[in-house]
Design a protein around this ligand. Structure first.
Ligand code: SF4
Length: 354
């Protein structure tokens, strides 16, 4: 199996080239690192000698993920299905905002967390993505949009695609370091990177200890252990008390505002939920993103996932306001192209099987 060029930092590439017996490894590593981040095929790496390219071709994959399909929504959102070297598929989304372009990337093929409202979890876990495969999504889309390393087309990254980022901890941390490196990479500031987790409490603490500049987002979706266990399996391993202990640890260590995601369901939008949110988040700087539920196959049939109606949603807004809870509703982008995580990948795989 070939190694993935984008898995390596500049210093690591230098060691790789030394191992291959390449002369002037520092200079070659800098050239190669730049090309790897431009996401071009070997034959376009014009300043690298032919004999070095031949050696590299034998040992490395320079484009570890390929854009397999691309869909454009009426609202301008682009949805990508990527094919990996082993034939697995993942998906990513490019959302266009006034302040720039945000890419949502996947961190795993599948996911073992099994959240009831999510299409990705339906097929279980297949494998983790390497740091280079996560980075490859950003670089492939930047290249597809006509961007380069010095004139990038992507300004923000959210780790909210298929997979649970903290279940692939080491590769995700390495990805964050690679994508924000200032030495010839696409160099996206950690302040513009957001990581979303379903709540693996010990890993939230481990992340806090690294003191990265990223934003932590918690998929909360319930204010009692009882309901959370019904819709999110992770709640069987970590109670709300465990989760908020970890979040408080994160906040104390980093001083960074914590974001919460909250899908609007009939069962989690009462006045009691608003009061419990207030109490759970005491002492934190935080903000809630309220999300209308996306109609995945489960959401269509499971009564636990019945959406909050218009009146209930309006009342919940008032309850949040009464409790001084900072919240906004997330705009739903790309709905006409299977906007929810995991939906498009499943659709494309199914079509391919027919
Ligand atoms: S919501 Fe996230 S953590 Fe939960 S099953 Fe889907 S991908 Fe996994």
């Amino acid at each position: 199996m070939k190694k993935i060029l984008q898995d390596y930092s500049l210093d690591e590439l230098k060691s790789q080239l030394t191992e291959l017996g390449v002369k002037m490894p520092r200079m070659r590593a800098e050239q190669l690192y730049r090309w790897a981040n431009e996401y071009v095929p070997f034959f376009e790496m014009t300043n690298i000698p032919k004999d070095v390219i031949e050696l590299l071709q034998l040992n490395y994959d320079e484009q570890p993920i390929q854009i397999y399909k691309k869909f454009e929504s009426k609202d301008g959102t682009l949805k990508y299905v990527f094919k990996l070297f082993d034939g697995n598929m993942i998906e990513g989304v490019l959302m266009k905002y006034k302040y720039g372009n945000t890419i949502c990337v996947s961190t795993q093929v599948g996911c073992r967390m099994g959240c009831l409202f999510c299409a990705t979890g339906l097929d279980g876990m297949v494998r983790n993505l390497s740091a280079g495969e996560i980075l490859g999504q950003v670089l492939a889309v930047n290249h597809d949009l006509g961007g380069t390393v010095s004139q990038r087309q992507i300004t923000n990254i959210v780790l909210m695609g298929c997979g649970e980022p903290l279940d692939n901890f080491d590769n995700v941390v390495k990805f964050i370091e690679l994508v924000s490196s200032s030495h010839g990479s696409i160099n996206i500031s950690q302040r513009n990177i957001s990581l979303s987790t379903c709540g693996i409490a010990p890993k939230i603490k481990a992340l806090a200890d690294l003191n990265l500049g990223i934003t932590l987002t918690i998929s909360l979706h319930a204010t009692t252990d009882e309901f959370r266990k019904q819709i999110m399996k992770i709640a069987n391993a970590y109670s709300l008390a465990d989760l908020f202990e970890a979040i408080n640890y994160y906040f104390k260590k980093t001083g960074r505002r914590v974001m919460f995601e909250y899908i609007l369901l009939d069962k989690n939008t009462t006045v009691h939920d608003a009061r419990r949110i207030k109490s759970l988040c005491k002492g934190l700087s935080y903000h809630f993103n309220l999300i209308p539920i996306n109609m995945t196959p489960n959401a269509k049939v499971d009564p636990l996932l019945k959406p909050a109606g218009k009146t209930k949603t309006a009342e919940f807004w008032q309850h949040l306001k009464d409790n001084n809870i900072s919240a906004t509703t997330r705009r739903t982008l790309g709905e006409d192209i299977s906007g929810a995580c995991g939906q498009l990948r499943r659709k494309v795989i199914k079509e391919g099987e027919q």
